[in-house]
Design a protein around this ligand. Structure first.
Ligand code: GCB
Length: 642
């Protein structure tokens, strides 16, 4: 009996995408005079398919009727990972298909000839199949990006507005998924129980699964604003926004674009599906601590309208997109935002918390931004997958700079460098850039974290991936995060900024803090010597079990983490005068991982605990980040850290 990943994914067949990317945008749903939203967050019915091949749900077509009719269901909150919601270890460690179901009543006005009704899932890990009233409406591969389908035709067949949404989600990872993984079935009755199956991965976070982000229904008119792309620059005090609007469903739409400032006053406008808008006395988008008024956003109102003779009325769609005016540029030694040197003093994060796992959680999100600001952090990397759109919007508004990473983490097996992997990786970058291209906070794309970049196929793989990303977005630099040897790394020639992770005195020479100044200095000299590109220390750190203390410092104590940080900082301070352009601590907070001998209920390299309480390292970093802000930011004296 072979419980292989192929079998677990058997029902997905040809993996048909119901909506390709071509011509389709993925604008974040926003209410307007022409659009309504119905959020489907809250309790859903849920069942994990514990059958041996995990296929019973498909064999018995659980989507055809109410889930409670085919077997027992439990309450499951959405958004949330399902893993930590119950006391059942079989659900925590479940591999295969789980089934979610929610019934909703759709307002009768929505089911009309003039309206599109769209079902949108913010993200679901990892592979999803979606039915409405028993009819399949879409499939999607990938755990961290939104997907949606028009469902009005399905609703039309069901007068009365009843709408039963069934979503089957499979968390199985294979060598071709992103991130990759393998399924191992051990058939040894002398040592393992029957049906012993494990999911192996090469990444260091728990493979949480479920409906992680909001699910919603929203409407647009039949002809609608489908996508908007905005590129910005400025000259002297004039801001320039070049925009492109795609309207679907109308052959010759009359598009109007207006730009309003923070007070809602219209400061410029334009007509036509593409054009350039000029703003005099433009307020630029500045990073937090670089300017008194960071994160300045305009609102770009995009609408199209037509007088429809038959209806005898004006027909229109209206969408408002927040936009920031800023530029990004990389030189041999600097990262420039609005032509001024920007030094990343920030963090790596995870979407991770007690109970909800990777589910979007508003209190946690706001707490985290408050902690970032307390810390004096001006940036974060979305290690190791795209974060919720709601988080990206917060980053825009607060001026927190983001390195936007795709889920290319744990690419270690040579079989994950083949064509199937590459074409999926390219598709994921399509989806990521499509989703995040208009975020002012996003200043760089990261296509992967610590891949096996020394392997022979890595050169072609990363060359293709980075060229593709640049073709999608010519305005932002592209990188990937490396821990390979500088001389043998085959992807590094194609990056704009070298991002390097190292754990001196931790994974190497454990306990020997005295090696850090030597090894870190050599690391920087080697990379800069070979590439003459600016460098970000994209990870460094040490585990701390909160409350452990020793003197002299020992590994896992608060003192040791402080000493690691201090030793790294001394080198950063020398090298940032040359070509080091940033430092991102690993990690902002403790987070859950798979169980291994090196993890004590998860990874403890957070400067905050998983519950967001500061460890000693947080206070040290806070002193440093505010000092860096004073030295490298453009703040007037009064606005500085006391
Ligand atoms: C790394 C990885 C990160 C791990 C971290 C660690 O290099 O990029 O995902 O969690 O090290 O703590 O080992």
């Amino acid at each position: 009996r072979d419980v292989s990943s192929a079998l677990l994914l058997a029902n997905v067949g040809a993996k048909k995408k119901w909506r390709g990317l071509d011509g389709y945008g993925m604008l974040f749903p926003r209410e307007s005079s022409s659009r309504e939203i119905k959020e489907l967050n809250g309790l859903w019915n849920f069942r994990a398919d514990h059958s041996l091949n995990r296929n019973l749900g498909f064999e018995q077509a659980w989507y055809k009727s109410r889930l409670a009719e085919s077997g027992p269901v439990i309450d499951m909150p959405v958004p949330a990972s399902y893993n930590d919601i119950t006391q059942d270890p079989r659900l925590r460690d479940f591999i295969g298909w789980v089934w979610y179901e929610r019934e909703v009543l759709v307002p009768s006005g929505w089911v009309s000839e003039e309206t599109r009704v769209v079902l949108r899932v913010g993200s679901a890990h990892y592979y999803s199949v979606v039915w409405v009233n028993g009819i399949k409406v879409m499939e999607h591969e990938g755990g961290h990006l939104p997907f949606e389908a028009e469902i009005v035709e399905v609703l039309r067949n069901n007068p009365g507005g009843a709408c039963r949404i069934t979503i089957a989600v499979n968390n199985t990872l294979t060598l071709q998924t992103l991130p990759p993984g393998t399924i191992q079935h051990i058939d040894d009755p002398t040592r393992y129980p029957a049906d012993y199956v494990v999911q192996n991965t090469n990444f260091d976070f728990f493979n949480y699964a479920g409906l992680h982000r909001p699910v919603m229904l929203y409407t647009t008119p039949k002809a609608y604003v489908d996508d908007i792309t905005v590129l910005t620059t400025f000259a002297d005090n004039i801001g320039l926004l070049s925009y492109q609007v795609s309207v679907l469903g109308s052959p010759n739409p009359t598009v109007t674009v207006t730009l309003s400032d923070k007070d809602g006053c219209c400061v410029a406008s334009s007509t036509g599906p593409s054009g350039v808008i000029k703003v005099t006395d433009a307020n630029l988008w500045w990073p937090y601590l670089m300017h008194e008024n960071p994160g300045y956003l305009y609102s770009m109102g995009v609408s199209w309208a037509a007088f429809i003779v038959v209806l005898g009325s004006v027909y229109e769609d209206v969408y408002a997109l927040p936009v920031g005016i800023r530029t990004v540029q990389v030189t041999n030694t600097q990262f420039l935002i609005n032509n001024k040197p920007f030094y990343f003093h920030g963090v790596n994060k995870h979407e991770d918390a007690d109970i909800r796992g990777k589910g979007l959680d508003w209190p946690l999100m706001v707490k985290d931004f408050n902690l970032l600001k307390w810390l004096g952090a001006n940036s974060f990397r979305t290690s190791h997958y795209p974060y919720a759109e709601e988080i990206m919007q917060m980053a825009d508004r607060h001026g927190i700079v983001v390195i936007d990473e795709c889920p290319g983490v744990g690419i270690k097996d040579i079989r994950s460098f083949g064509n199937a992997s590459l074409s999926h990786h390219l598709a994921v970058m399509d989806e990521l850039v499509r989703r995040d291209k208009n975020h002012a906070s996003v200043v760089m794309w990261s296509v992967a974290n610590e891949p096996a970049a020394e392997m022979p196929p890595a050169g072609f793989y990363f060359k293709t991936l980075m060229a593709h990303t640049k073709s999608l977005d010519p305005t932002r630099p592209v990188t990937f995060i490396t821990d390979s040897n500088f001389a043998r790394d085959k992807g590094a020639p194609y990056v704009d900024v070298i991002c390097v992770n190292s754990y001196f005195s931790w994974y190497h020479d454990p306990g020997h803090l005295e090696v850090i100044p030597f090894q870190l200095n050599t690391q920087f000299e080697n990379w800069y010597g070979k590439y003459q590109k600016p460098i970000i220390q994209s990870e460094y750190g040490a585990d701390v079990v909160p409350g452990l203390h020793t003197d002299p410092p020992m590994m896992f104590t608060e003192e040791y983490q402080k000493m690691v940080l201090q030793n790294y900082h001394d080198v950063f301070d020398r090298k940032r005068k040359e070509y080091v352009i940033g430092e991102l601590i690993w990690n902002f907070a403790d987070f859950m991982t798979a169980q291994t001998v090196t993890r004590v209920v998860g990874n403890k390299k957070g400067i905050f605990s998983r519950q967001r309480h500061p460890k000693a390292g947080a206070f040290l970093l806070r002193e440093r980040y505010w000092r860096l802000a004073n030295e490298t930011g453009l703040l007037p004296v009064g606005a500085r850290y006391p």
